[in-house]
Write a protein that binds this ligand. Structure first.
Ligand SMILES: [Zn+2]
Ligand SMILES: [Zn+2]
Length: 416
C-alpha cells in the first residue's frame, strides 16, 4: 500500500475510535491521580491493553509499556504518553468533573486516551510493519521524574529503541483544533532546575542590629543581584528564566532572625548556558552574603535537562504529518514562532519543561504539539489552569499522529 493511501486509512480508523477514546479520556479525567501514585490509572491502562491482546509490562515505579511486533524484523520506535494529573482542584462544571482535589489540567488524560487509540490502530497494520512500536505510558511527568525512572528500569532496551515521539496537547491559542506543531531541530523545552539558598546570619534583638548579622537584608540583596545575571550577562538571543518563588525568614517585628531560606527555579534553553547560570548563582550568592557578613549556601536538586529534537527525525515526522493532516494543519515550531509573535517582537513561546527530555538525550526524539481547543471557540484557559478545558475532537487526530508517525518511520527505515 502506498503511504498516501495508508494515511487516509489511518485517519478513518482513528475517526471510528472517537467514542472509545472519549470513554477513556472521561474515565481518566474523573479519577485523576498524581505523581507516582497512579494505582487506578495504571490498572485501567493495563486492562485496556490486555483486552486489545497486548502483553503489557510494568516498568519502574508506575509505568506501563506495550510492544507491537511487526511481521518482520526492523527498528523499534517509541511513542510516549504521560498519565499523571496535578494537585489542582477543578473549577469546571461538566459531568466528568473531578471531585478529589486533583485535576488533569495538563491534558495527560488526552495523551493516554490517544495512545490507547493508536495501540488499536497499529494492530490493524501489524502485517505491513517491519520492526516494533513500543508504547510508553509514564507517571510523574509533572514532577519531571517519571521518564527517568522508566529509563532506569529499562524502557529503552529489550528491544532497543531507535527513535521516539511524544505529543502534548495545547489550548488557549487562536489555532484550530487538530493543528500540529512539530518541534524544529534543537531545543524545544528548557532544562529545569530547582534550588534552595540558605542565608545564615546571627539572630538578635531588632533594636540592636549591631549585635547580630541580618540575613533578611542579605537575602534581599541576593534576590535583586541574581536578576542582574539575565539583565547584564546574557545576550539578546539567549533564553533563560530565573525566578525566586519563595522567601522565608523571621517571625516578629522586633527580632532579627538567624536564617532566611529562598527557593527558586531556573529554566535554560541550552546545557552550556545552564552550567554558566549554576556557577553565577553560586558565586553571586556567596559574594553578596559575604559583603553583608552573612554566609550562604546554594543547593540544586537533580534537575531535568533540555528537550532536544533530532534534525532528521523532526524533518521526517513533519513531512509524514503533512501527508496525514494536510499542509494547513501541520507546521514546524520555527514558523509557528514567527507567526505567533505577531511582528511585535514579543515571544509568546512557553518555557515549561518536559521530562521526555531524558529520552531525547538517549535516542533521536521529537516533540509534537497538538491543538485541542481554539481560543476563538471558547477554549481560553491555558494549561494548568483550574478551568482549562480541551476539545475532544482532537482525540482522533492525536491517535492518528501517534500511529502514522510510527508506521511511516518503520516504513522509512525499511527503505534505507
Ligand atoms: Zn503540565
Ligand atoms: Zn503536561
Amino acid at each position: 500500500m502506498k503511504l498516501v493511501e495508508l494515511a487516509k486509512l489511518v485517519r478513518e480508523e482513528a475517526m471510528e475510535l472517537q467514542e472509545e477514546m472519549e470513554k477513556h479520556q472521561m474515565r481518566l479525567h474523573k479519577h485523576p491521580e498524581v505523581g507516582f501514585e497512579l494505582k487506578e490509572t495504571c490498572e485501567y491502562v493495563y486492562q485496556q491493553l490486555e483486552e486489545m491482546g497486548y502483553l503489557p509490562k510494568r516498568v519502574g515505579k508506575a509505568g506501563i509499556t506495550a510492544l507491537l511486533e511487526g511481521s518482520c524484523p526492523g527498528p523499534t520506535f517509541l511513542l510516549r504518553a504521560d498519565m499523571d494529573a496535578l494537585p489542582i482542584a477543578e473549577e469546571n462544571d461538566d459531568k466528568e468533573k473531578s471531585e478529589n482535589g486533583y485535576m488533569h489540567a495538563c491534558g495527560h488524560d488526552f495523551h493516554t486516551a490517544m495512545l490507547l487509540g493508536a495501540a488499536r490502530i497499529l494492530q490493524n497494520h501489524r502485517e505491513e510493519l517491519c520492526g516494533n512500536v513500543k508504547m510508553m505510558f509514564q507517571p510523574a511527568e509533572e514532577l519531571l521524574e517519571g521518564a527517568k525512572d522508566m529509563i532506569r528500569d529499562g524502557v529503552l532496551e529489550d528491544p532497543q529503541v531507535d527513535g521516539a515521539l511524544m505529543i502534548h496537547v495545547l489550548t488557549g491559542l487562536p489555532l484550530a483544533t487538530g493543528t500540529c506543531i512539530v518541534s524544529a531541530p534543537g531545543v524545544s523545552a528548557p532544562a529545569a532546575d530547582y534550588f534552595t539558598i540558605e542565608v545564615q546570619g546571627k539572630g538578635c534583638h531588632g533594636s540592636s542590629p549591631n549585635t547580630g548579622i541580618d540575613p533578611l537584608t542579605a537575602a534581599a540583596h541576593i534576590l535583586i543581584a541574581l536578576q542582574e545575571i539575565k539583565a547584564r550577562e546574557m545576550g539578546a538571543t539567549e533564553a533563560a528564566v530565573l525566578t525566586i518563588g519563595s522567601f522565608h525568614g523571621g517571625e516578629v517585628a522586633n527580632v532579627i532572625p538567624d536564617k532566611v531560606i529562598l527557593e527558586g527555579t531556573l529554566r535554560a534553553f541550552g546545557e552550556e548556558l545552564r552550567s554558566y547560570l549554576h556557577k553565577r548563582i553560586i558565586d553571586i550568592t556567596g559574594d553578596i552574603a559575604k559583603a553583608f557578613r552573612a554566609k550562604a549556601e546554594v543547593k540544586f536538586g537533580s534537575g531535568c535537562p533540555t528537550l532536544v529534537n533530532e534534525k532528521e527525525l523532526s524533518e521526517a515526522v513533519k513531512k509524514s504529518l503533512e501527508e496525514l493532516l494536510g499542509h494547513d494543519k501541520c507546521f514546524g515550531s520555527d514558523s509557528f514562532a514567527r507567526q505567533s509573535n505577531g511582528g511585535n517582537g514579543r515571544n509568546t513561546g512557553m518555557s515549561g519543561s518536559e521530562d521526555f527530555a531524558y529520552v531525547s538525550h538517549r535516542v533521536p526524539s521529537v516533540m509534537v504539539a497538538l491543538v485541542a481547543g481554539s481560543s476563538s471557540q471558547g477554549y481560553v484557559y491555558p494549561l494548568h489552569h483550574p478551568k482549562v478545558r480541551f476539545d475532544r475532537q482532537a482525540l482522533p487526530v492525536g491517535a492518528a499522529v501517534y500511529a502514522y508517525s510510527a508506521i511511516s518511520r518503520l516504513g522509512s527505515f525499511e527503505k534505507q
